[in-house]
Design a protein around this ligand. Structure first.
Ligand SMILES: N[C@@H](CCC(=O)N[C@@H](CS)C(=O)NCC(=O)O)C(=O)O
Length: 251
């Protein structure tokens, strides 16, 4: 991946340095997958995805970039207006706008714990998220539709990963829906970069199911990881994933 691309992605990560990285899994997991109508570089949507990472909740992401026609009409039909994020929870029948309300809802319904202090200063979080969106300019904002896959792709990601962000941006621009498999960090060893981990033969014993699945399936955990059930392809490395998506699903 181009150095500038990863550089600005890293800057976004640093600007939200303590958010969307570490997980403290929700006590209660939804039976049916949550669905989030989302724009990757929307600062409000970012807050919801950060909370999903922090609670270790997976979600089906329906990308709604500006100019997109694949999922935006569904939101207007369900909620009455084109505003994002929009959460649909088939477990409780809840459908809601407003990022901070959604975050509070997720902590209350699935976290079953008081809203962490930082989330109570909601407006500050929104401001921080706006700063973090700035370096990425319009990446992950405007539609460049790709072919819609038959089965949902699965992306193993955590919100603040500078390498996962460009992948989510491209999926958003191409309006490719996917299952966001959250892989936040719970162990100290997970802060060690994968190549160093490999050299030192460190295998963190994660508490998170997604990380365990990845370790068992592929013998290592490195984020992002994309699994495409349509072609039975599994890929690490953001540059390879971006190339694969363009080669396979460009419109
Ligand atoms: N107060 C709302 C603001 C949401 C908002 O303004 N989202 C923008 C995207 S960043 C939007 O929906 N714009 C309309 C559009 O993209 O068509 C929240 O926190 O969720």
């Amino acid at each position: 991946m181009a150095a500038g691309n990863i550089g600005t992605s890293l800057l976004s990560t640093l600007l939200r340095s303590t958010s969307g990285i570490a997980s403290s899994p929700a006590q209660f997991k939804p039976k049916k997958m949550l669905r989030l109508y989302d724009i990757e570089n929307c600062p409000y949507c970012r807050l919801v995805r950060e909370a999903l990472t922090e609670l270790d909740l997976d979600a089906e992401i329906c990308p709604c970039p500006k100019g997109g026609e694949r999922f935006r009409p569904e939101v207007v039909e369900l909620g009455g207006r084109a505003q994002f994020p929009f959460l649909v929870d088939a477990n409780t029948g809840v459908e809601m706008y407003e990022s901070l309300d959604i975050v509070a809802y997720l902590f209350e319904t699935y976290g079953r714990r008081p809203l962490p202090l930082k989330w109570r200063a909601g407006k500050l979080q929104t401001l921080g998220s706006m700063l973090a969106s700035a370096p990425r300019l319009s990446q992950g904002m405007q539609a460049r539709p790709g072919i819609e896959p038959e089965y949902l792709l699965e992306l193993y990601s955590f919100e603040s990963s500078p390498y996962a962000r460009p992948v989510r941006e491209l999926l958003c621009e191409m309006e490719i829906p996917y299952i966001l498999r959250n892989c936040g960090r719970t162990e100290l060893q997970e802060w060690v970069l994968p190549p160093v981990r490999k050299a030192l033969n460190l295998v963190p014993d994660s508490r998170l199911e997604n990380r365990r699945v990845l370790q068992d399936r592929e013998g290592r955990v490195s984020i992002p990881y994309l699994y495409d059930p349509n072609t039975e392809t599994g890929l690490f490395e953001s540059a390879d994933i971006l190339q694969y998506l363009r080669d396979t699903y460009a419109g």
